[in-house]
Design a protein around this ligand. Sequence first.
Ligand code: NI
Length: 164
Amino acid sequence: MALRTILHIEDDLLRKKSRPVEKFDAKLAKLLDDMAETMYAAEGVGLAAPQVAVLRRVVVMDCGDGLIEMVNPEIIATSGEQEDAEGCLSVPGRRGLVKRPMNVTVRFKDRSGETCELEAEGLLARCIMHETDHLDGRLYVDIMERELFEDDETGEDDPEEEQE
Ligand code: NI
């Protein structure tokens, strides 16, 4: 495994649309391994392949319940609403207040190409929306209600500084 460099907001690659993965091979496995290592090293809860300069539809997440890998994720249903603080490893030092669905159903492939489906709520649902946005060149700063600052109240109990 190897750490990869995380691109920052000013990099145009973050604005491109990523292409689906077609080959479930050793190269994909290495990308997933490197992305997980890079995410954990940066103390993030999610990372999308374009953030490490690979324009493929691949994301990794760990919102506290273990590593989740998704290849070619598709949001197939959303419901409800939540509003909370959000950050991004590609937008260091900043946070914003972002509205997201409370519940998300996502269909995706695992690293071997098997189709999987996951129903998520709360932070994991937020993370899935944030990471899949990256695959379409969208950053949370594009859709946030407003920027948050150190002394801002969000109405939530002490929001953690999740960086995705
Ligand atoms: Ni992000």
